[in-house]
Design a protein around this ligand. Structure first.
Ligand code: IMP
Length: 422
């Protein structure tokens, strides 16, 4: 069993790598997160952006599970499934929704958006999809789970009205928008009718697949430094995006994992607030000018910076990465010099590990080692040996700096622009 997860701040290209790897998989399990994620897959001239449905759905023989560690906006999921159906992608019998997954309800979005407004300068820059408040209800044990969509409609309505009522009682004092309970009930009943056939016990399904010797990929969403425990707290999402989260989210034990593929960009990006030591406006300008690095969920321009080896080395440790999949190498094709951050300077000291505190992290300055750019397109490369020598030197140095072997290299959005190292 293989975990595929992000080693930076999300948007590393996991969707594309998963789609390629799913050619040799039977199951793809989405472990955590919600429709804050946007996994983009391009097949020929077709472009798919998936938010909740695992990328494996684009391979007709693969079964998919949205596992219990995820949070699911029912109306959002219905829309996504309908979009796939319109494009002739079959989901019935192939896509399963774990009854254990918590629901993201309209009042969660109201809390997310209202709280962000109030934060002013300290904004996290959330996607506004209600993810944090849904996980927060899960942790305080008042959340509703997907399995409850199968309840008789009077009981489901009662539970929804209770939750919306509790929200509305404090909404005004908290600066949150009030939510209509009647509209919520109507919306959820409609979604429930649609989603019931997809419901399953996620843990039993996953374990049946393991017992049957199926080839399983666990898909992580977001990235290591958005992990609520290991990220740049509080500028993080509210789930566990690391390898541990892949296990708790799916109910698959750590002993069943043979391989951890860490996906990373050949440079760094992040969306939203928080520390970013190697951020560089001129690189951002260049990449945005190429039409790259706009968020697939919110359309926001991503913040861009140089490769940060301090960050990725920690991600390799946290996740037990057995191989890396480096994407977007072609984003660096035109550059004469390419800096890589090999240490942080903080209060006169050089750090080789990221600091614990986000404000210290924000004060760190990068120590760069500068590599020669290759100044030629890599997009036509189909084998490691096709890459310019300087690009191979760059990638090999990254591998050495972060302490993980190169596995997959990606030089464009297409399936064919992907090859193995060596
Ligand atoms: P939330 O997950 O919507 O609560 O947002 C919290 C932080 O995680 C914000 O900085 C978001 O921009 C970031 N974030 C959430 N999901 C993704 C993702 O899929 N890719 C990149 N950043 C994300």
């Amino acid at each position: 069993m293989t975990i595929v997860l992000g080693l930076q701040w999300g948007d590393e290209g996991k969707g594309k790598i998963l789609d390629v790897m799913a050619a040799e998989a039977d199951w793809v399990l989405r472990a955590q997160g919600g429709n804050n994620a946007g996994h983009t897959v391009e097949i020929g001239t077709e472009k798919y952006v998936l938010h909740l449905v695992p990328s494996g759905i684009l391979r007709s023989k693969v079964s998919c599970l949205i596992a219990g560690g995820a949070v699911v906006d029912p109306a959002g999921l219905v829309k996504e499934i309908e979009g796939l159906t319109l494009r002739k992608i079959r989901t019935r019998g192939r896509l399963h929704l774990a009854a254990q997954a918590h629901l993201v309800l309209p009042h969660h979005r109201a809390v997310d958006q209202g709280s962000e407004k109030k934060r002013g300068h300290g904004k996290i820059g959330t996607t506004g999809r209600g993810i944090g408040p849904a996980y927060s209800d899960k942790a305080t044990r008042v959340g509703l789970r997907a399995g409850e969509l199968a309840l008789p409609s009077a009981e489901l309505a009662k539970r929804l009205r209770e939750r919306v009522g509790a929200h509305n009682r404090v909404a005004k004092s908290q600066g949150w928008e009030k939510i209509s309970a009647t509209q919520t009930v109507r919306e959820m009943e409609k979604a429930a009718r649609f989603l019931r056939p997809y419901l399953a016990d996620g843990v039993t399904l996953a374990h049946r697949a393991v017992a049957a010797g199926k080839r399983i990929l666990i898909e992580g969403a977001q990235g290591t430094f958005l992990d609520v425990d290991h990220g740049t707290y509080p500028f993080v999402t509210s789930s566990h995006c690391t390898a541990g989260g892949a296990c708790t989210g799916t109910g698959v034990p750590p002993t069943a994992i043979q391989r951890v593929v860490g996906v990373l960009k050949a440079y760094t990006t992040r969306v939203g607030g928080g520390p970013f030591v190697t951020e560089d406006g001129s690189l951002g300008h260049l990449l945005h000018g190429m039409g790259r690095e706009f968020g697939s969920t919110t359309g926001r321009a991503r913040r861009c910076g140089w490769f940060d080896a301090v960050l990725v080395r920690r991600a390799v440790q946290l996740n037990g990465v057995t191989e890396m999949a480096i994407t977007n190498l072609d984003g660096l094709d035109g550059l004469e010099k390419i800096p890589v951050c090999v240490g942080y300077r903080l209060k006169g000291k050089i750090l080789h590990e990221p600091p614990v505190d986000a404000s210290d992290w924000a004060r760190c300055r990068p120590v760069y080692r500068v590599f020669e750019g290759w100044c030629e397109p890599t997009t036509e490369a189909r084998h490691w040996k096709d890459l310019p020598r300087k690009a191979r030197i760059y990638l090999s140095a990254i591998s050495e700096l972060v302490g993980a072997p190169l596995g997959i290299i990606s030089v464009g959005a297409g399936r064919e622009q992907t090859f193995r190292h060596g």
